[in-house]
Design a binder for this molecule. Structure first.
Ligand SMILES: Nc1ncnc2c1ncn2[C@@H]1O[C@H](COP(=O)(O)OP(=O)(O)OP(=O)(O)O)[C@@H](O)[C@H]1O
Ligand SMILES: [Mg+2]
Length: 129
């Protein structure tokens, strides 16, 4: 089964998370700049002039598609690198993926997946681009 990991992380954690993922062999990803809110509904900023509520906070969203036996290690890696212990550390969603098609080669499914096998093995044959 192919899965998509969607991780919402603090903007200041992007470099650490990308590095940690690269260290386990994950390089292919889509990164989006997004705005969101979690259970606290944003932040209250207390200034001498008053309290200002900011509801939607900037986050990065990382999308990574891989085979399901690589999901746990990837999730653990993201959690460790994105963690501060404070509210707002982020959230990770995992979805099933129907199909993968590499445009250049026409490969489909498992063959088109960047990480069909164990990600620890650095032999994904990833393209230089
Ligand atoms: N239920 C949700 N649905 C969609 N996106 C969510 C949801 N909860 C959180 N997010 C996304 O995750 C980002 C970070 O959320 P956040 O870390 O504050 O989650 P939380 O559940 O409130 O956890 P914490 O209590 O640690 O703050 C949000 O800005 C938003 O983009
Ligand atoms: Mg929150």
């Amino acid at each position: 089964m192919t899965k998509k990991i969607e991780a919402l992380i603090r903007t200041e954690k992007l470099e650490a998370v990308k590095q940690a993922l690269s260290d386990i062999g994950i390089v292919g990803m889509t990164v989006l700049q997004v705005h969101g809110q979690g259970r606290q509904g944003g932040l209250a900023l207390e200034w001498p002039t008053g309290v200002y509520k900011v509801d939607l906070l900037p986050r990065y969203q990382l999308n990574i598609v891989l085979s399901d036996h690589n999901v746990e290690k990837t999730v653990e890696t993201i959690c460790a690198a994105a963690y501060t212990g404070q509210p707002g550390d982020g959230i990770i969603f995992v979805y099933p993926v129907e199909e993968v098609i590499r445009i250049r080669t026409g490969e489909r499914g498992r063959a088109a997946l960047s990480y069909p096998d164990d990600i620890d093995v650095r032999s994904t044959g990833a393209d230089p681009m």
